[in-house]
Ligand binder design. Structure first.
Ligand SMILES: [Zn+2]
Length: 348
């Protein structure tokens, strides 16, 4: 099939840029991600060139000429503004001083001479999950996505569009405070989050939450546990494996995470009443019996009204490693189609 036009999707991470390409019919032209080093630690100049290399690699792999590219979708980890200005305080992945307040979207757009559509990585993954689930009906559906990783990211999609908010901070589900009554064990300290709050969703449902809050507490309840002799950061990463093996302490930790996510979804139900609640993160790749148990715990703690339960679903984010780049590509394609409809009145 001759290529009409395409968009390129880029997922910028701490070490790697993942790229993909989506054609005008909504078909991905690459089954796998194209990967190149992101060079973000070397500062903006080098990193922008590495994003250009990622675009060139995708085009090279598919034989699509650059002239067919109409727009590029880009995501990065936050915090950044809704249109891609990295926080003036810097960010975990953007430690180089040149990144502070840097407009990564604008710089890439200028370098490529193409429109660049920006989302943070949580929003991009949320959009991907939404598009995969709803396909042609995406524009009529809404969803929330919670993605458990080092932190708790995610996003909100309404009528097929990412909700960005006034300052680009909508969908920061991790920093929503959640009720802790019945979640915390008797005498368990209030969990702290890196954002400065106590008892928000990320303080419990994230790897950082395990490391800083849950594991240190639960190790006092399971003296002599194999994980107690290890550096806490290393031990935190092993908790999932112990959970898969049915370890009692690990299950207590993951039960608390599931309750936190369920309560977060319950709040989403009352705020947004979405068609779908997506759960993503390392848990999706865990052993099936453990993943299913965790998922069932999340469902059990998500309180939907009878009418909501009838029409909404709680499901897993598929192919998470591709979600950033593919979500970015969808964002660029949606933007482009929206632009075309604007210049052709009546096209709705
Ligand atoms: Zn927080």
């Amino acid at each position: 099939m001759p290529v009409d036009w395409v968009v390129v999707g880029l997922d910028n991470g701490g070490t790697t840029n993942n790229g993909t390409i989506l054609d005008s019919t909504g078909r991905f032209l690459l089954d796998q991600l194209a990967e190149v080093p992101s060079d973000v630690r070397e500062g903006p100049d080098k990193a922008i060139e590495s994003l250009v290399v990622a675009v060139e690699q995708v085009l090279g792999l598919t034989g699509v000429p650059i002239t067919a590219v109409r727009a590029v979708g880009l995501d990065t980890p936050g915090p950044a503004s809704g249109d891609g200005v990295i926080s003036s305080k810097g960010a975990t992945n953007f430690g180089h001083v040149g990144w502070r307040g840097f407009d990564i979207r604008g710089a890439l757009a200028e370098r490529l001479g193409l429109p660049v559509i920006y989302n943070n990585d949580g929003n991009s993954a949320a959009l991907y999950a939404h598009q995969v689930r709803f396909g042609a009906e995406s524009g009529q559906r809404s969803s929330v996505a919670a993605i458990v990783g080092t932190g708790l990211g995610g996003g909100i999609i309404q009528a097929g569009q990412v909700i960005k908010g006034a300052a680009g901070m909508a969908g920061e589900l991790g920093h929503v405070p959640i009720p802790l009554d019945g979640l915390l064990d008797g005498g368990q300290p209030m969990p702290a989050c890196n954002c400065g709050q106590w008892g928000d969703a990320e303080s419990v449902a994230s790897l950082t939450g395990i490391q800083n809050n849950l594991l240190p507490y639960w190790l006092t309840k399971y003296e002599g546990h194999e994980l107690s002799g290890m550096p806490i950061g290393k031990a935190a990463k092993l908790v999932r494996k112990y959970g898969e093996d049915g370890d009692e302490m690990a299950l207590a930790i993951f039960r608390q995470q599931a309750i936190a996510i369920g309560r977060l979804f319950t709040m989403a139900a009352n705020f947004l009443d979405p068609d779908a609640y997506f759960l993503g993160g390392g848990i999706v790749e865990a052993a099936a019996h453990f993943r299913d148990w965790f998922f069932a715990e999340v469902r059990a703690n998500t309180v939907l009204r009878e009418e909501q339960a009838r029409v909404a679903e709680i499901c897993l984010v598929p192919e998470l490693d591709m979600a950033g780049a593919r979500g970015s590509a969808y964002a660029a394609r949606n933007w482009l189609i929206g632009q075309e409809q604007q210049v052709r009145p009546g096209a709705f």
